[in-house]
Design a binder for this molecule. Structure first.
Ligand code: GDP
Length: 303
């Protein structure tokens, strides 16, 4: 929590401070409400949610500031982030009918450069710290350095990485091999890194669909995490839409939240996809991945 506050402090508190200043004016007139709405939109919350928050604030605070503006604002931001969503990760293995231990399978998808491979590495580290046996699958066979980068994370964290040395190998077959290796080794979780070229939407959709289908020959995919770069704003939302069409997303990982004042994207992307932000990236280091906690997030904004 302290870390989240410290990391967000540099950027997102500008949003909180700005809103509190506006709401603390002696008279909150029409022009002020417009400024509040613009501030929310500028922080990437999206026009729909921003309007909704303004309407609710107006009802609760009125013209001459009924109630404590900070408390009311905290309430409404929290409501927009939606603390009721289930943000747990399905990373527990299941025992099959035959008594065989089946590892949980997590596909990690997203456009190149958003922090996908880094997220897989960080997540592996978190799971290992929880005493879980993890196997990594390097199914991003398109980007030459991706498998190497993932193996390096594997070594650092102390878990095996399944990869293909053939450049341009079939991602679905690497993913299948990783899940099979995970089952053979009695692993708890298999994390599969996938390719994220968006130049050709059709190809991407075909490829991700195929990876998922092929992995499902082994059993269900437990999580499909979409990694989004918080600094990319509306562009990131457009990407999210394409991925959501290609494969059923179960959770969002928002990276680079340390480098933006636009944390409102949490609200916008949850609305857009109807799935919760489950994890946030707060830096490039191995320990800079945290579960997304709505209360801590809103408190950090209002710090
Ligand atoms: P991929 O192409 O999606 O697999 O992206 P990478 O994992 O290679 O990451 C791209 C760059 O983003 C690297 O320089 C990472 O160190 C950096 N990165 C990843 N996550 C974060 C984060 O949460 N915060 C910051 N500041 N940088 C990050």
């Amino acid at each position: 929590l302290a870390r989240l506050r410290a990391r967000l402090a540099r950027s997102n508190t500008a949003l909180g401070r700005g809103l509190l200043q506006l709401l603390s004016r002696d008279t909150v007139d029409e022009a002020t409400w417009e400024e509040i709405e613009e501030t929310l939109i500028a922080a990437d919350l999206g026009t729909g949610p921003s309007l909704e928050i303004v309407e609710r604030l107006r009802t609760r605070i009125g013209v001459d500031g009924g109630g404590d503006p900070r408390a009311v604002l905290r309430d409404e931001l929290l409501r927009a982030v939606d603390p009721t969503l289930d943000r747990s990760l399905a990373v527990a293995p299941t025992a099959t009918e035959a008594g065989v231990h089946r590892p949980a399978v997590v596909l990690v998808v997203g456009v190149n450069g958003v922090g996908k491979t880094t997220t897989v590495g960080k997540l592996a580290r978190v799971l290992v710290a929880e005493d879980k046996d993890v196997v990594l699958g390097a199914a991003d066979t398109f980007r030459a350095a991706a498998a190497e980068q993932l193996s390096t994370w594997g070594e650092r964290v102390g878990v095996p990485t399944v990869r293909s040395d053939v450049e341009g190998a079939d991602p679905a077959s690497v993913a299948f091999d990783a899940v099979k290796a995970g089952a053979d080794l009695g692993a708890d979780v298999v994390l599969v890194d996938t390719a994220g070229r968006l130049q050709n939407k059709r190809d991407l959709m075909d490829e991700l669909g195929k990876v998922k289908r092929v992995v499902e020959r082994h059993g269900p995919v437990d999580e499909v995490l979409l990694v989004l770069d918080a600094t990319t704003g509306q562009n990131g939302l457009n990407q999210a839409r394409v991925f959501a069409e290609a494969v059923d997303i179960t959770g969002i990982v928002l990276t680079k939240l340390d480098g933006t004042a636009k944390g409102g994207i949490v609200v916008a992307v949850q609305r857009e996809l109807g799935v919760p932000v489950k994890l946030v990236g707060l830096g490039e280091g191995a320990d800079d991945l945290a579960p997304f906690e709505p209360d801590a997030f809103v408190d950090a904004i209002l710090e």
